[in-house]
Design a protein around this ligand. Structure first.
Ligand code: KG4
Ligand code: ZN
Length: 334
């Protein structure tokens, strides 16, 4: 079986080919146009997807030594994401399926982040996934393929969103997560004790208070510019400490509550070095097997869509041509 995967939910146009022998190609065209705006501009994202999607798909086919005629099904991100961006990928995928008379597979982007762990490994079920991206923060119990139970999620900002918004306050370019991570390695995580919200709740998260607290902390300084130039790395490290401590604490709650023996991390924030380090320590303490995708499969990519599509195809989970994109998780149909 040979699956073409297409991802276009946000600001990466991506395509990948996955077969019985594993991942054959994984192409990503990132959209640099958003940098000057300090965040993703939906209209510009849709246009950029439209411009690059064919080139990206063709490259994924070429790199996998595949002809379009050999593709057995097209897997495409159905949601959540930006509606205009999703429509570009979805319509392109439908066009290919109609032209080639092959089935379509609509993939849930958050599920795909979790199954990115299957590109290189075979995590044992049941497991708990800490899925942390720019738009979502969730603890999910996965009892079998596509059998998911949501244990808890964020009440406001997602973890990645917190990194990005706090980065903006600190004057860092978008997306700030990777830059805060880089600076944290050179800073003191105990420099300032930023709040860790909802510690008394089992599996729920809240990160918007942290953002406000960083803002007030800066405003309390006599000279913000000077303070930032002296202590930016320390502030970054303290922010990372606050975010990752909460994530790990809730992950520990979820593991203890469910009794699973396997943990997986998923989503863009699982690229964070402090989180990866703490997750390894936690896994050792609670004697669980830990899986974290390699960096290229943490942030948005099409390999995760292709592998999820492959697993869905094996189970006959095909979509019909009326498949509709969805912007939010709560409007999704599993
Ligand atoms: O999964 P993803 O690529 O896109 C969504 O589905 O949202 O996640 C993007 C998020 C951004 O907020 C970005 O700042 C964050 O992941 N991110 C990181 C790191 N790399 C990406 N956050 C912290 N540390 C990182 N190394
Ligand atoms: Zn994502």
């Amino acid at each position: 079986m040979k699956i073409l995967g297409i991802e276009s939910s946000c600001d990466e146009t991506a395509a990948a080919v996955y077969t019985d022998d594993g991942l054959q190609s994984n192409i990503i065209a990132s959209q640099s146009i958003h940098e000057q705006y300090g965040g993703v501009v939906p209209e510009l994202a849709s246009r950029a997807h439209h411009k690059t999607i064919w080139r990206t798909v063709r490259q994924a086919l070429e790199e996998s030594d595949s002809n379009i005629k050999e593709i057995d099904a097209v897997a495409v991100t159905q949601g959540p994401g930006l509606m205009g961006s999703l429509l570009v990928g979805l319509c392109f995928a439908k066009g290919l399926c109609l032209a080639r008379d092959i089935p379509l597979i609509g993939v849930n982007h958050m599920d795909a982040h979790i199954y990115a762990n299957f590109i290189e490994h075979r995590p044992k079920y049941p497991f708990v996934s800490l899925t942390v991206s720019g738009g979502h923060t969730q603890l999910v119990q996965v009892t079998g393929p596509f059998e998911h139970e949501l244990l808890g999620q964020t009440r406001d900002d997602a973890a990645g969103e917190a990194f990005d918004k706090i980065g903006k306050i600190l004057g860092l370019p978008y997306p700030a997560g990777p830059e805060i991570d880089r600076r944290s390695k050179k800073g003191d995580p105990l420099f300032h004790d930023f709040p860790q919200a909802l510690l008394h709740e089992d599996f729920e998260f809240s990160f918007s208070g942290l953002k406000t607290s960083v803002k007030y902390f800066l405003e309390d300084q006599a000279n913000i510019e000077e303070f930032l130039s002296d202590y930016l790395n320390d502030i970054c490290a303290s922010v990372s400490e606050a975010i990752t401590e909460v994530l790990i604490k809730k992950l520990r709650n979820a593991v203890e509550h469910t009794g699973v023996r396997t943990i997986v991390l998923a989503g863009g924030v699982s690229a964070n070095s402090m989180l990866r380090r703490k997750a390894k320590r936690l896994a050792k303490e609670v004697e669980c097997e830990l899986h974290i995708p390699k960096l290229a499969y943490c942030t948005d990519n099409a390999a995760m869509i292709a592998v999820t599509g492959y697993m869905m195809a094996q189970r006959g989970m095909y979509s019909d041509m009326n498949l509709k994109p969805f912007a939010n998780l709560n409007s999704s149909e599993r």
